[in-house]
Design a protein around this ligand. Structure first.
Ligand SMILES: [Zn+2]
Length: 443
């Protein structure tokens, strides 16, 4: 096997005891972490193929972006602040423009951004998800890739719920991949009916794959379920028998305590997209209460039209600050909690904590180095504070996924970043023409 050693850094393990090891070293054997110890113990213990000097920086598990739509990076900064943006602008824009090429190019831009910012796993929902999977595989990133399913026609299908057929074929092709976990992604509670949700649940159990879904995100969604069923969307999904440990719900902004008990009972993972929700002017999801009730919560960026960054370091900072503002209480959501949600908490929410989320022997080697030699992050008395409040994505200087170094010294090693950006720019003229027309109609 091939041995690698990352040494000479402070290891933020995120293991159960939240151990921090100064002058630490991590030994990687193939795709897995073999051993953790001090640099003096481990640096000469094996015959290494590669030694990576962390130069007194932070060695920590890669971040997990639990909810995004990576290909929408090609639309970033379009149509900001338009009322009813989703239905009047984003859906029509996608119907007119989204094809396999756009999905692949957009995915590569976001994946490059994430790898440069220390994200090692992302959870995606979009159309032509096989192209997202191909892009992630090519750039060496771990992903859960969910094919969107809607009651209407979509860019990848001419029939309502055509996403189910696409997803099934996609899952059959990719289900044994070591980096990509294919999934079903019924878009939302208000765009899928009971019959199809149950069909999707049964298929997810047959193939043993996750189900990704937007839940309790919109005010019209909450009002609609109240009026039609006198229930919240979570109560409705529980009543029809849809909720289970396969479900990873995004947002859950409008969630009451009864909903939280239901989510916990069914072991549903929750992804909190604080920046996207803030930008949309929504309420702040009651994450502290969810954590108190032992709901598994991770962090996400949401899509590049909503988020707009695709890295998690920015989200850590936003998470604690926005929650503190919402509660008018600076005692909640400490920095360590933000780092937990961005790493091991996210891994729990997406049910991959057996393989990722912490630096522990036997886990997959998804590891990053954050350099600490720049003004914005010096001095460090508290590592969790430094990571949450002081670090920027550009402080990440090494990203390893599945034992492979995919970014080093701010250079993407698995793809041609100049070409990725040139490809995105090459689509701009056509996108702008369509967008201008839609903006005229939307106003
Ligand atoms: Zn979303």
């Amino acid at each position: 096997m091939s041995y690698k050693c990352i040494y000479n850094g402070t290891i933020i393990t995120m293991n159960e005891n939240r151990e921090i090891m100064e002058s630490g070293a991590v030994v990687i054997n193939g795709t897995e972490i073999l051993e953790i110890g001090t640099t003096s113990e481990l640096l000469n213990k094996y015959d290494y193929d590669e030694k990576i000097d962390a130069k007194n920086g932070i060695i920590m598990p890669g971040f997990i972006n639990g909810h995004c739509h990576v290909s929408m990076s090609v639309f970033r900064s379009l149509g900001e602040d338009i009322p009813d943006r989703l239905t009047r602008y984003m859906f029509p824009l996608e119907d007119m423009l989204v094809d396999e090429i756009l999905v692949n190019i957009g995915a590569k831009l976001s994946i490059a951004e994430m790898l440069l910012g220390g994200v090692t796993t992302f959870v995606d929902m979009y159309y032509f998800e096989a192209e997202v999977a191909r892009a992630a595989k090519e750039l060496g990133m771990r992903a859960i890739a969910g094919e969107t399913i809607l009651e209407k026609i979509a860019p990848d299908t001419n029939v309502p719920y055509g996403g189910i057929e696409y997803a099934t074929k996609f899952i059959e092709k990719w289900k044994d991949d070591e980096l990509i976990i294919p999934a079903f992604a019924p878009h939302a509670t208000y765009t899928n009916d009971e019959e199809h949700l149950i069909e999707i649940k049964e298929l997810s159990q047959k193939y043993n794959v996750p189900i990704l879904m937007h839940i309790s995100e919109m005010t019209f969604e909450m009002e609609g379920f109240k009026e039609k069923y006198d229930m919240t969307p979570v109560q409705y999904l529980d009543k029809i028998g849809f909720l289970c440990d396969k479900v990873i719900g995004a947002h859950l902004v409008y969630t009451n305590e009864e909903d939280m008990d239901i989510l916990h009972k069914n072991d549903v993972g929750v992804i909190h997209n604080v920046a996207a929700n803030a930008k949309s002017g929504r309420k702040v999801a009651p994450v502290p209460k969810m954590l108190e009730k032992k709901v598994k919560v991770g962090l996400g960026t949401d899509g590049p039209m909503s988020g707009n960054h695709q890295d998690i370091i920015n989200v850590l900072d936003q998470y604690t600050k926005i929650q503190k503002v919402a509660a008018n209480n600076n005692k909640i959501c400490p920095a360590i909690e933000a780092v937990e949600l961005g790493t091991i908490g996210g891994a729990r929410a997406i049910k991959l904590d057996n393989i990722i989320g912490s630096i522990e022997a036997g886990k997959k080697a998804d590891i990053i180095i954050i350099e600490t030699n720049t003004p914005n992050i010096q001095p460090i008395y508290d590592y969790y504070s430094a990571i949450t409040y002081a670090a920027y994505p550009h402080n990440v200087v090494m990203t390893m996924v599945n034992g492979k170094v995919v970014m080093k010294d701010r250079k993407l090693l698995t793809g041609d970043l100049d070409k990725i950006i040139a490809d995105v720019k090459g689509m701009q003229k056509k996108i702008k023409e369509v967008a201008l027309e839609l903006e005229r109609k939307a106003k």
